[in-house]
Design a protein around this ligand. Sequence first.
Ligand code: DGY
Length: 331
Amino acid sequence: MTRPTVFIARQVFGDIVDRLRPHFDVRTHDGDAPLTQPALIAALQGCAGVFITGSEKIDAALLDACPQLKAVCTMAVGYNNIDVPACSAHGVVVTNAPGVLTETTADFGFALMMATARRIAEGERFLREGRWKHWGVDMFAGGDVHGATLGILGMGRIGQAIAKRGHGGFDMKVAYHNRSHLPAESEVSLGATWMTLPELLRAADHLVIVTPYTPETHHLVGAAQLALMKPTATLTNIARGGVVDDAALAEALAAGTIAAAGLDVFEGEPVVNPALLALRNVVLTPHIASASVPTRRAMANLAVDNLLAALGVGPDAGKPPTALNPEVLRS
Ligand code: DGY
């Protein structure tokens, strides 16, 4: 009997990919950059499964062109790059990687928020450029984090982990906006109060955005929303580019509508809006919120667990642990 073929669409930890070799013929793309769409489609010919990241686009056209595909397993938690309804219609199971990156991503979100509030990147640039001549009374004076109001937009796992840090570690008042309210006991343990989006924007000293990117959240924060924020407020986006209107944000930062921003994700990344690059009051990082070695390994291992199970191997055969459309496997 011929073994199924799987494709690993990105260079990933070799020992983790090796877990697939006893069961499948494994093809790999050993590059650190995503394939073009035609190259991805060509590479997927004859493949039953694919391991992807948050960058490869899986849409109806690709599915039409790859009729043998049965499983799409991403090592990311976000899956806005995958058309899940189209996958279901093509009988393709989709899995993502929730849970394993929660604490690491929350650490980073908090660090980026702090770096933004306390002007760490700006101060470092100033020092490296040899411009530091003396200690100054208000030199790089920013806003306080402890005791401030932490606004969280999107209160899923990562939002709650950020709330825990703010409430427990920094004595912050926590306000949040989410489609659904947390259970009352979670609100009490996180010290968190639900608000409408306008209320949240007005209240937050430091707004952290962690909501998934969907058609409904496209430009959820644009010029009108930024205008509601305090001039001393900061905005941190670790969700996805597109949730924030980057051009409107750049204008707001230049005009002093808000004080500063920390951005790990961008509309059209890896291209960054040049207006953001020109500003001093923005901290920019290249989509690395989940990038600790143990966490990136855990994400890759979970994608492999899912790929094995989706293609009928191992203790979870037929029941991938984190399927987004498990009904495909039941039908
Ligand atoms: C995720 O897991 O969604 C991270 O943003 C990496 O893509």
